[in-house]
Design a protein around this ligand. Structure first.
Ligand code: C2E
Ligand code: MG
Ligand code: MG
Length: 705
């Protein structure tokens, strides 16, 4: 206890109240030998005055003072709030007075007899020692009370209560704050029983609570547990209790003590944050981040139980259109409805998530066969295509679902989701409102496609496209009469790509329209340039895809291209396939007529592979037929093909159409075609398609074959 400051200064004097000045002097000299200094006063009144300004080490007090008794003096001193140790001195040997003096708090009682001065120093020393001890005790108590108050304040601020459980006696102590947490008044619960406490704990959490409590009592284990209790004022709240165990000398648990804290607000804040982090605000469904967690769990569990996990990736068809035409508010309501419908299709243990936009994912767990997954997919598609009513509007939608299954299609959440996404993409491609299981071949195809599509977006501006030219030849003279412009793509990663690798995609995505314009302009510009260089004038044939017909004002686009490049229309030929023309025969006839009027010639490409109906040809202003190279290829070996080629040539002559054979690779083919009156030809025999610079040389120097 050395750290508690000494209450009474050593240097403080002893106040001697004694009307006999000689005796007072005697006491002072005696005590001075032991290092004490004395202040003498001769009356109670004088002593009180002195005390008003000084604090003595102690008081030596004569009982019989001239103005009051010693008892009265002590009384008055105490009334003034002073608590100073005192020794009573009296001349009478009176036992009852001694008792009375001790009762009013005298530290000692001394009789003025012959041994008085001998005994005085020891009594004073003991009194001082006792006074010091009392003072230390007082201060300790004070600081204890202060720290208790501080603890209580701290507990209140922290919402933390403390408790003690004496295992041996069964007594339980609760701090005031703990009562407050439980919403109880301490006065109503003078005695706390463990059984009663159990009734306040949420029954679901009770077994765990009992377990840690009894483990603590039995084996001295400290604990930290979160559980729910019923507070009389707050209802159900969440608390966190931490407990430590004290053991007796035998190592037996004696006392469990600890703290209990109301963590409801924290849990709520945490769960709100969790909600924000993990859930989609519109539908309340888990978002992508939680989806991955759940999927990981599902995979781990399925691995253990040898089960499948089905990952269904749903994308609404035409949702963007609905959003754009009916507004975002309707779009949002629709997504909420879809979320509800999805929930009706899966089980409680499954997970539904929204990835954003109109993309949803369902994780199906505890599945043994693919049929189970198929059933759910069908159910979802059926339910989604039911009409949705929003603000008296009847809205129809449908969905496309891609399915990936653990473990076949991947064994981690990212792969499975990616594969389900790819399968969904495929489902959309094939036909909307259906589902597709992931397959590896599909994966490669779809990935390639996605990659191509992305790079195609940039190919035009990066000038990765270029044209090659293949001569069309008058087989009688070997003279070049025309050329076909053929598209090539110098892909940054995949190298040189021929049209069959990407034209289909350009058509599907609509990129063919800008690409086609570019081809037309480049071919016209190149042809004009050659003419300006003085090279012999030839036709340039440009392929048009079916999609380009659908394009608005195709005729105007072509007219302005000719104007811009300065190429005379007679040097331009457009190649169109039969199927492209037949797609919208009537409208196409109008456009083709306009083009014909401009002076542009039209050729039917790949002739013989499509409708090949004579009657339709009459509807269109066609100038040339191109015999498809599949007939040319086998013309010398296959009698049927030879017959077809012969008929096409004869037919063209009747209709007064020019005819050209494509894909002529051998002299034999050339001779047979010539024999059948086909004059113009195109093929490797004469030249492969070549870059512009090379073609310029062919134009200048003529062909060598
Ligand atoms: P197509 O219009 O029938 O073009 C003829 C194709 O046959 C060209 O293939 C050409 O290289 C090839 N060919 C020429 N002579 C022979 C030969 O003797 N033997 C063999 N085996 N093949 C020969 P390419 O350049 O790969 O073009 C393929 C198809 O791509 C074209 O068929 C055409 O339909 C399309 N295409 C090419 N360029 C364009 C274009 O700019 N726009 C559009 N829309 N389609 C194009
Ligand atoms: Mg062609
Ligand atoms: Mg062709």
């Amino acid at each position: 206890m050395t750290d508690i400051p000494h209450g009474i200064p050593h240097t403080a004097p002893i106040l001697v109240i004694e009307d006999d000045a000689g005796f007072s002097e005697l006491m002072a000299t005696t005590l001075a030998e032991d290092g004490f200094s004395c202040q003498g006063v001769t009356s109670g009144r004088a002593a009180l005055d002195w005390l008003a300004a000084n604090s003595p080490l102690m008081i030596i007090l004569d009982y019989a003072l001239p103005d009051m008794t010693g008892a009265r003096f002590i009384e008055q001193m105490r009334e003034l709030g002073m608590e100073i140790p005192f020794i009573m001195v009296t001349g009478r040997d009176d036992a009852s007075l001694a008792v009375q003096m001790m009762k009013i708090g005298a530290c000692d009682y001394l009789l003025k007899d012959t041994t008085f001065l001998d005994r005085l120093p020891a009594v004073v020393a003991r009194t001082r020692h006792e006074a010091e001890t009392r003072e230390r005790l007082r201060r300790t108590e004070l600081s204890l009370r202060q720290s208790e108050a501080r603890l209580m304040r701290a507990q209140k601020i922290a919402g933390m209560g403390s408790w003690e459980w004496n295992i041996q006696t069964g007594e339980i102590y609760w701090s005031d704050e703990l009562f407050r947490i439980f919403g109880l008044n301490p006065a109503d619960h003078p005695k706390i029983e463990m059984e009663w406490l159990f009734t306040l704990v949420n029954p679901v959490d009770l077994p765990a609570f009992k377990k840690v409590i009894f483990a603590a009592a039995k084996s001295g284990q400290s604990f930290n547990i979160v559980y729910r209790i019923i507070s009389s004022t707050e209802g159900e709240i969440v608390v966190n209790s931490q407990g430590e165990v004290e053991c007796d000398a035998d190592g037996r648990a004696r006392l469990v003590s600890g703290t209990t804290m109301d963590i409801t607000a924290r849990i709520r804040a945490e769960s709100e944050i969790q909600q924000l982090i993990n859930y989609d605000t519109l539908t309340g469904l888990p978002n992508r981040s939680l989806l991955h967690d759940r999927l990981k769990l599902a995979i781990a569990q399925a691995a253990r139980d040898h089960q499948l996990v089905g990952v269904l990736f749903l994308d609404l068809d035409r949702f963007k259109g609905i959003n754009d035409t009916l507004g975002h508010r309707v779009g949002d309501k629709m997504l909420k409805t879809v979320a509800k419908r999805l929930a009706a299709c899966v089980r409680e243990s499954d997970t539904l998530a929204r990835l954003g936009g109109d993309e949803f994912v369902a994780i199906l767990v505890g599945v043994h066969t693919a049929e189970g997954i198929t059933t759910v997919a069908k159910k979802i598609l059926a339910l989604i295509s039911e009409p949705i009513y929003i603000d008296d509007q009847e809205i129809y939608t449908s969905g496309s679902i891609g399915i990936a299954v653990y473990p076949m299609d991947g064994d981690d959440s990212h792969t499975l989701l990616k594969h389900a996404d790819l399968a969904m993409y495929q489902a959309k491609e094939l036909d909307r409102n259906n589902f597709q299981y992931f397959s590896r071949e599909m994966n490669i195809k779809v990935l390639e496609r996605m990659m191509l599509e992305n790079s195609m977006r940039k190919a035009l501006e990066r000038e990765e496209f270029f044209l090659v030219y293949q001569p069309q030849v008058d087989a009688r003279t070997g003279r070049i009469t025309g050329m076909e412009a053929l598209l090539r793509w110098q892909h940054p990663d995949l190298g040189l790509l021929a049209p069959d690798k990407f034209i289909y995609l350009a058509e599907e995505t609509g990129f063919i329209v800008p690409i086609g314009e570019w081809v037309l302009r480049s071919a016209c510009r190149q042809n004009k340039a050659w003419q300006q260089q003085g090279l012999p004038g030839v036709r340039v044939a440009v392929n048009l895809s079916a999609k380009q017909f659908g394009q608005y004002h195709l005729d105007e686009m072509i007219a302005s291209t000719l104007l811009e490049t300065g190429l005379d229309p007679e040097w331009l030929e457009l190649e169109i396939t039969e199927s492209a023309i037949m797609k919208d025969a009537e409208q196409n006839a109008t456009i083709l007529n306009k083009l014909k009027e401009m002076g542009i010639s039209l050729a039917i490409d790949d002739f013989g592979t499509g409708y090949s109906s004579l009657s339709y040809l009459k509807h269109f202003p066609i100038s040339r037929l191109k015999i498809d190279r599949s007939f040319v290829r086998d013309i010398t070996t296959n009698l049927d093909d030879a017959a077809i080629a012969e008929i096409i040539i004869a037919m063209a002559q009747t209709l007064k159409l020019s005819v050209i054979a494509e894909g002529v690779e051998t002299r034999a083919q050339m001779e047979l075609l010539s024999f059948n009156n086909c004059i113009e030809m195109q093929g490797y025999l004469f030249s492969r398609p070549v870059p512009a610079e090379q073609f310029a040389l062919l134009l200048r120097d003529g062909l060598k074959y």
